[in-house]
Structure formats: C-alpha cells, structure tokens
Write a protein that binds this ligand. Structure first.
Ligand code: TYD
Ligand code: MG
Length: 457
C-alpha cells in the first residue's frame, strides 16, 4: 500500500509548506495555499526518466542527431517553433480561456496528420464537440484520432498501444492521474501529469503538446509551475474583442524566443497574417493630425510598425488624468516627467491619453520616443510626418538610448514605403546600406526639433 502524505501548496506559484499560511511567502498571493494529499510511492514517473544509463562524454563526442520536425502547415506557427515541432519534445501552449488554443492546435493537428499519426486527447470537450469544431475548420483526416478522456493513466495506455507520432493533451488542468489524490487542476496534479507526459515524450519519442489555461486570480494551477519542465512554452495572446492573435515563444530549447506569429480569428478558424504592419497601418486617417506617430516595435525577425496616438487637453479634474492603452502606464508617466523636466512642456493642468492602435500591447522601451513625440506633437499642435518612423528609448536625463534589433526595424520601415526613420545615435552606423533616410538623435529635444520641424515646412 502506498502511503498518503499531505502538503500545503500555493496554487499560484507552487510554493510548498508544512502547514497553512494565509499569504504565500513566495508570490505574496492571499488564500492560495491549500492542502493536497497524495500517495508517495506511485508518483515516480520522474524517476523513470532518469534511469537510462548515463555516462559523461566529451562535447565533441556527442552526436548531433538531427531530429525530425513536424510542420504545422502554418508558416507563422512553424517560425515561432523554430521550424516545426521537434520529435520527442514536450511543448506547452498557454493562454486565457477562449483565446483559441484548441482551435490552433486542431488546425496544426490536421497538417501534422499528413506526416504521421495524431492523437488528440480532449479532457474538456466531448468527441462530438471536437467533431463540430473540426467541421467548422475543415479538418478531415483518418490519421487524426480523438480521445475524450480525463484520466491520464487511461490515456497513457491508449498512447502506448496506438503509438502516435503526435499527442495533444487539452488541457493539463482538466486531466488527472490516480497516483495523486488531489483534484484535477491542483498544482501537484498538474505537476504529476506533466511528469507522465514528459516520460511519454522522452521515452517513446512522441511529440507531446500540452494546452494550459492561465487565469488572473490563480484559481486554477497556472502553467507557471510547468514552465521549467517543458521544452518550449508558447503563449497565445489576444483580446476577446479583437480578432488578432499573437503566438509568442517564452522559452524554446530548439529555437529563438524572439519570434512572434500573427493570426486572425475568423469564422472558419485562424488565418495567418503574413504582413502585419500593413494591417495595423491600414486604418491611418488620410488627413494628418497631431499626436499620431508610427513606431517600429518587436524583436527578432518580425518587427511591427504600429501607430501611437496621444491626446493632450485641458483637465477639469483636480488631479489630471493619464490614460494608457496598449502601453505601460508607468512608461507614459516617465515620458511625461522627462518631457516636463528636460523639454519644458507642462502637463500639470492637462489630461493625457496614449493609445496603441489595433489593440496590441507594446512593452518594450523602444516605444518611449514614439510616445514622447506623440505627446509633444499633440501638446504643441505640430504634426509628425506620416512618412516617418520613430524608434528609441528615452532616459531620465532626456537622452535617447540605443535599442536592440535596429536593422530589421529599419528594413520593415523601408519595405512599407516610409521615407525617414529617427533612431538613437548610439545605434549608428548601420551594418547594411538602406535607401531610407536615417536620422540619428541623442537627445529628446533634438528628436522633437527634428521630427516636428520636418513637418511644418
Ligand atoms: P477555443 O479554441 O475553444 O479557445 P480555447 O481552447 O483557448 O479556450 O476558441 C474559442 C473561441 O474562438 C470561441 O469564442 C469561438 C471562436 N472561434 C471562432 O471565432 N472561429 C472558429 O473557427 C472557431 C473554431 C472558434
Ligand atoms: Mg479549449
């Protein structure tokens, strides 16, 4: 008989203690520590993985075996993975509920079914529901098997018997293993199930994709505890009220984490967006208005041109309002402070609104200069040319700091027909020649004079 043991585990971050605590000392969330009971002997999937005979080798002795990659039939998806799913890897796809995780993975399964046998284990939906979705997506393949099952031990037997090349488990929060007595979705269940799946991936050489929900309140065990166990973590992001979806890799043992993939959710599933800048710039108003600036954001090989809008107006509040949509609030506050102190603008009696068009989130510092120029443009009622792209990080002393991946951003601006690009001087000289006019600036005031003057003539 296996022994029952109990632990108190934080459902938010996986922190373990021997007794109840109101607040997790690790992630500081309240009321997230609950008792979980599990049997000690059975949870040994992790040990089995390590039983293979291991002898150290010199680095040159190690064979570089090119593992097969399964392609998803979507260029955007493959690029984020670094060229497709690597044979025998364990990949987590995480995202908010309803964002389209099951849809993208079912579409990918359809393409993968042409390269091998696929088993889709659904713990959330019945086989009938999957069939309905598959019909909507035009998914028909005799190589795609569907199993509606919550019990991972039972699913494991099916996997060992069927020997598929590709397994999807949708979702990790809905499956359970009987070796752990706590309920499905708890941290120890999620960990144990992930261990079992890792065992399947590594021992049988099957590619396993795990779908995980993230919730803001931490009610369900977040996929955070899984991140260190899997080979790659992909985040599927977007807004409910917007049809754009972005696939981003957060960790990838087989490729770059800088790539993003863009999709659009339509009635018949997700379609790839191969030229996102075009879409985000499409709705630019014909007549020039102050407060509008184009920035080039994004890392890796996929920069994105986006429009930032700012509105500055007299405030009727005692404490003027600052509203930031799509950019970090604190970043806007910092830029306003620098504009006040180093440029001499005054916003103490003005409301300031900053908005990224298209419902996207821009987190990188390279958007600072764009925000600053948009705000300055509106405040001074001077237009920034719609043929100019702005890149740069703004420092507290009003200096413009160099940013990463400057060349791909410039290339994207050139491709989209822009004539001028304002970049940090620290990024110059460029390695490659370009036809676009590149202007280097080292101070914020210089950037303002450069971009605002250029337009008034
Ligand atoms: P789903 O893949 O079920 O999300 P998740 O698995 O991340 O919870 O997708 C849910 C949403 O996507 C649902 O609100 C309906 C929408 N959708 C479409 O717009 N078009 C489609 O072709 C499909 C299948 C879903
Ligand atoms: Mg789903």
């Amino acid at each position: 008989m296996s022994k029952l043991k109990s632990k108190w585990i934080c459902q938010n971050c996986g922190y373990e203690t021997t007794g109840y605590l109101g607040k997790c000392p690790d992630c500081a969330s309240w009321g997230s520590i609950v008792e979980e009971v599990f049997s000690v002997e059975k949870g040994t999937a992790s040990k089995k993985i390590l039983t293979a005979k291991a002898t150290p080798k010199t680095i040159s002795e190690i064979d570089f075996d090119h593992k097969k990659r399964l392609t998803t039939g979507m260029v955007e998806f493959d690029r984020v993975l670094g060229g497709g799913f690597v044979e025998g890897s364990l990949v987590l796809i995480a995202g908010d509920p309803g964002i389209g995780k099951s849809t993208i993975i079912l579409q990918a399964s359809n393409a993968i079914a042409k390269q091998g046998k696929v088993l889709y284990v659904s713990a959330e939906e019945s086989a009938h529901q999957i069939k309905l979705r598959a019909q909507r997506l035009g998914v028909v393949s005799d190589n795609l098997l569907v199993l509606s099952e919550n019990d991972l031990d039972a699913a494991r037997e099916v996997i060992e018997e069927q020997k598929p090349d590709f397994v999807v488990v949708d979702s990790i929060q809905a499956v359970y293993s009987s070796s752990v007595t706590s309920s499905a979705g708890s941290v120890s269940q999620v960990r144990e199930c992930c261990n079992i799946l890792m065992h399947i991936a590594k021992q049988l050489g099957i590619t396993v994709v795990v779908v995980g929900h993230v919730t803001k309140d931490g009610a369900v065990a977040g996929p955070k505890v899984l991140e260190h166990m899997v080979d790659a973590v992909l985040y599927f992001e977007g807004e409910k009220f917007n049809s754009y979806r972005i696939l981003r890799s957060n960790k990838n043992r087989f490729g770059s984490t800088l790539e993003i993939g863009m999709f659009m959710m339509e009635d018949d599933g997700l379609t790839e967006v191969s030229n996102p800048s075009e879409i985000f710039l499409k709705e630019r108003s014909g007549a020039l208005a102050s407060g509008n600036v184009i920035i080039a954001t994004g890392d890796g090989n996929r920069p994105l041109l986006l429009e930032i809008q700012a509105l500055v107006g007299p405030s009727s509040y005692a404490a003027p309002r600052r509203v930031a949509t799509g950019v970090e609030y604190n970043r806007v506050l910092k830029v306003l402070a620098v504009l006040e102190r180093r440029v001499g603008l005054n916003f103490s009696k003005h409301d300031v609104y900053v908005n990224i068009i298209g419902g996207l989130d821009v987190k990188e510092p390279a958007a600072d200069l764009g925000i600053a120029l948009a705000v300055a443009s509106c405040a001074k009622d001077a237009i920034v040319s719609d043929k100019a792209v702005i890149i740069g990080e703004v420092g507290l002393s009003g200096e413009i700091r160099a940013v990463s991946h400057i060349e791909p951003r410039i290339k994207e601006a050139e491709k989209m027909g822009f004539e001028k690009i304002i970049v940090p001087k620290g990024n110059l000289p460029l390695k490659n020649k370009t036809s676009i006019k590149v202007v280097g600036v080292s101070r914020l005031i210089e950037a303002i004079t450069e971009s605002l003057a250029g337009l008034q003539e």
